[in-house]
Design a protein. Structure first.
Ligand code: SF4
Length: 461
């Protein structure tokens, strides 16, 4: 293996228009600039609106995900947006209308209708999500009418997801498109009543490495039943039972707060934020859930579970904590809930967090992140690779937590990397996940490989 890494010199200056999106804790005044479209030409790490929608909906395991657009958009598949299923595997296929020049000139509605008919005839799915892409938005195909007619023809849900990539420079708009689609899917048919239950829904959990199964196991031990997760390891039939839950847990707030607030408005289901990344977060979340039920037996079982699990994992966490003393970390992830969880987890391991950023954080979420960091730490919204590179070098980062687009950058700079991407296969949730996470931080931050690498940091010093 060639361990030499050739890199360009560190970028010296930031793009002027980006200055408001970067803050140094203790030095910067005012609010960080966020929730705006990405700056054209700044090479944002964000994905497009269509990808935002696909991230949310793709884990519905038995639905067909049909991309109305050129074949290139359909490369965003299960391989990129991974999630585990306990049964159906339909979601691992990628269907596309494969629009060509002719369709773009004369319109793609007929082709789309024919594709839906063919898919239904061959696969008989319970639902089809039809995603619009840039080209479809430009030529103005009437997705809503085509889907409506297909629904009547086939007697299943054919749901348009209005996610043309150019609609916004912020993939959060794609989360909203997915949320609208989910609200349509779970709406009970006329005359059909979903009976209320004592079960809960778990929103913003995508079961990448089996996280939903871990939480389901804890809930069962506490005496609580999970109704359905949105959308990890879900099925169309299970999602349709969602209005019967008595509580919505929300983990990924960026993608699911809208759904939770809509379900509160339409079905009267209250919601609470939870977080199962890290031992302390897990313990706090389980206790919060138990308190909601207010049942003494549930609270007793919860305390027993938390105490048992914390004592079980304590020696492992302590062992890794000793090895990680003095390490410095950077975090760059999609949503602020994940960044906050990572800060807490890394702090539990004695790691100092010197850079934190997100693709989609909101003003109040950045205020919360800032409150968790020490003076001198950098906060960045919607970063680009040049900024990440600059901060990794300047802040002398040993280990970075991020997604697929940050992984290569970190490795090229001789920085350890903790994978929090959509295609991750290791479970990082719950008490067992906290140990997996600590092991991963240790193995990458303390890997002997970095000693043999001529790092850019050495070059520039
Ligand atoms: S929807 Fe647009 S931006 Fe997104 S992948 Fe397709 S062409 Fe690219």
């Amino acid at each position: 293996m060639n361990m030499d890494c050739t890199v360009s010199p560190a970028p010296e200056a930031l793009i002027e228009e980006r200055q408001g999106s970067i803050q140094t804790k203790g030095k910067s005044k005012g609010h960080i600039s966020c929730t705006s479209d990405s700056l054209a030409g700044a090479v944002s790490q964000r994905a497009c609106v269509y990808c935002g929608a696909r991230v949310v909906l793709n884990p519905v395991t038995d639905a067909v995900h049909l991309v109305h657009g050129p074949i290139g958009c359909a490369t965003y598949t299960w391989d990129i947006r991974g999630s585990l299923s306990s049964g159906p595997e339909m979601y691992r296929n990628s269907f596309s209308t494969d629009m060509k020049e002719r369709d773009i000139i004369f319109g793609g509605e007929q082709k789309l209708a024919a594709c839906i008919d063919e898919i239904v005839a061959k696969h008989n799915p319970p639902a089809v999500f039809v995603y619009s892409t840039c080209v479809v938005g430009v030529i103005g195909d009437d997705l809503i009418s085509v889907c409506k007619e297909a629904t009547l023809r086939h007697g299943i849900d054919v749901i348009p997801v209005e996610s043309s990539g150019f609609k916004s420079g912020n993939k959060v708009v794609g989360y909203r498109a997915a949320a609208e689609a989910l609200m349509k899917l779970i709406k009970p048919a006329e005359g059909h009543v979903i009976e209320p239950t004592k079960k809960l829904n778990f929103l913003g959990e995508y079961n990448l490495g089996g996280e939903m199964w871990v939480v389901k196991k804890y809930l069962r031990e506490m005496g609580i039943e999970l109704n359905v997760a949105f959308t990890g390891d879900s099925t169309v039939a299970a999602l349709k039972q969602a209005p019967g839950a008595c509580l919505n847990l929300v983990q990924c707030t960026g993608s699911m707060h809208y759904v939770a607030s809509q379900m509160e408005k339409v079905y009267g289901i209250p919601y609470m934020d939870v977080n199962f990344f890290g031992a302390e977060n897990t313990a706090d979340s389980l206790r919060k859930i138990a308190a909601f039920y207010g049942d003494e037996e549930i609270m007793r079982r919860t305390e027993a579970l938390v105490e048992r699990e914390l004592s079980r994992i304590r020696p492992d966490i302590e062992r890794y904590r000793k090895k990680l003393a003095g390490k410095r970390a950077a975090i760059y992830v999609g949503g602020a809930y994940k960044a906050a969880a990572l800060i807490r987890q890394l702090k539990e391991l004695g790691v100092e967090i010197v850079v934190t950023g997100t693709q989609t954080g909101k003003k109040e979420e950045y205020e919360n992140l800032s409150s968790l960091l020490s003076n001198g730490a950098i906060l960045v919204d919607d970063a680009n690779p040049a900024e990440i590179e600059k901060f990794l070098r300047e802040m002398k980062v040993d280990v970075m937590a991020g997604g697929v687009k940050e992984r290569v950058l970190a490795y090229k700079l001789g920085v350890g990397f903790i994978d929090h991407n959509h295609d991750r296969k290791e479970c990082l949730a719950g008490f067992e996940g906290a140990v997996n996470f600590a092991r991963e931080v240790y193995t990458t931050a303390c890997s002997p490989v970095w000693k043999h690498l001529k790092t850019p940091r050495e070059v520039s010093l």
